[in-house]
Design a protein. Sequence first.
Length: 506
Amino acid sequence: MILQFLSIILLTATLREIVFSGSLWHFKWPLIFAGVVVLVPVMQLLPLPPELWNRLPGRALIAETYALIDRPLPPLPLTMSPSATWLSGLALLPPVAVFLGTLTLGHGQRRHISYVIIAMGVGSVFLGLLQLAEGPNSSLRFYEITNRTEAVGFFANRNHFAALLYATMLFAAAHLVDAIGVAGQTMPRHRLASNIVLPLLTWLTALLMLTAAQLMARSRAGLVLTDIALAATIALGMTDRRIKASSRGFGRWVVASAAAVILLLMPLALYRIFDRFGADPYGDARITFARKTASAAYAYMPFGSGLGSFVPVYQLFETTPDLGLTYANHAHNDFLEVWLETGIFGIVLMGVFGAWVIQRTASVWRETLPEVRSIDTGLARASSVIILLLLAHSLVDYPLRTTAMMTVASVALAFHFRPAQFHDRRRAAHSASPTDGENSQVQRRPRPPVSREPWTPNGDWPEAWQRTPSTRGGTSLPSGQPDDATTIAADHEQNPVQTAGERGDN
């Protein structure tokens, strides 16, 4: 509850910032989408009249229970498990607050957030190494029910650990591509300085560590999606404008070398993937989970069973042969689980979100704005790949059911939107520039001369100026010669003082 309380504070401050900064219209669509997502559990918790509630599909068992104890049906909410829906609604607060909070940040602050995520991923790698070194009974495994033979980091599940690794990899890859671009602009005109070499080696080391850690997690989906993330890393490098224009092809040579290393390492990853497919006992169970979940979702159409109600509802559809050593805490397919819990509303939301992700991903990879730094463009492109990989992972698991991964996904989703201050700068530049012709340049309108009052001294003139008696406040000035105040005023009339804007200073 502490996390939810802090999320409410962050959410309040974020909404206040968006409203008072005039960014409400700029962020109208993400605000609407976040509001609809939060509204789903609220609507599911509203009590319904017994006559209406009794007509909903899948409620006959509860109605029969009240009839057996000879009690009338009270007003009941739509959800089959109100307490679980409350918890699910509260679990949405941190990612929604982080998503809206990240929207209000500028490009520089967003880069700092990516540093934090990368540091969290690298720290998880070191923790995973210690977990493997101490064995299955390591005290560094923070959950009783966990994968005891693999590295899990701060998670209970190796699949969630793998999701964090490939998401962090892409953020590190964006910074590595930026470092290569900086080095490509420097070479071969100058020798590489330490402030260029150090970031290059740092991001390369982080990327290699995160890639190698996937072999410790041994998640099948994680290994497959890591290969896709590595391919996206090459694409990030090949589309960077500085690398394409680097002297003597230095940047392209570095990217090609990295691609060769990735291709050499890919057979090892494929071997581990095939090994995992032959050893995982959950291979057939996932198919059973998906089939039963689809049957339950169809039975609870069109409004669903309520967020968080998967476990009790799924158990209603299990038969005796289905009972075994496996326990279905989730459907291992988030799309089916969302369909079961939210019905037609979830289907519409997933469809709209999927269409937007595809459209925005194409836009992010197609646009190359000169006023945006290459690292910021790279982070937006990396974020688009992260969202796609997490959605693909959700077909066979539930990586977004943890607060940590929902928060990382919220940050990546917010990176798809340009900061509000950037939007305002572009709008101001567009309104100030002529629109007739693509080669037209922004012209400055002449300003009227600035009129100034002549300055007059308050004290005595220096002795050297007192050659011919002339009175001005009891002070002698040269005869027939104007004083400094008159000279300054005349000079102002002939050469008006230019302001910083008239000189072209920015």
